[in-house]
Design a protein. Structure first.
Length: 91
């Protein structure tokens, strides 16, 4: 006996995806105004993409976290990055 899902699975029904690649970009602002940082996330080997707009401090912090984490997940509806996983009882 196998369970029957109540709805068909679609790309939109997957809530949490793994970050496969990322790319930071910077766009110049008007003269005398700050520029804008963006972070493009490629999720599940290209099955989904997300672009986030960041300030400079967030871009710097995220670059550090992304480069130091072996596994990163992104919760699509909550727009939340999650860095790595740790088993219970581990540090």
């Amino acid at each position: 006996m196998s369970p029957t899902p109540k709805q068909p699975l679609t790309d939109d029904s997957i809530k949490v995806r793994q970050v496969s690649h990322y790319q930071f970009s910077w766009v110049a602002g008007e003269p005398g105004k700050p520029g804008t940082w963006t972070l493009q996330l490629v999720l599940d080997q290209g099955a989904w993409e997300e672009v986030l707009t960041l300030d400079g401090q967030d871009a710097e912090n995220l670059q550090t976290l992304l480069s130091a984490s072996a596994t990163v997940f992104y919760d699509v509806p909550r727009r939340t990055l999650m860095f790595g996983t740790t088993a219970s009882g581990q540090r």
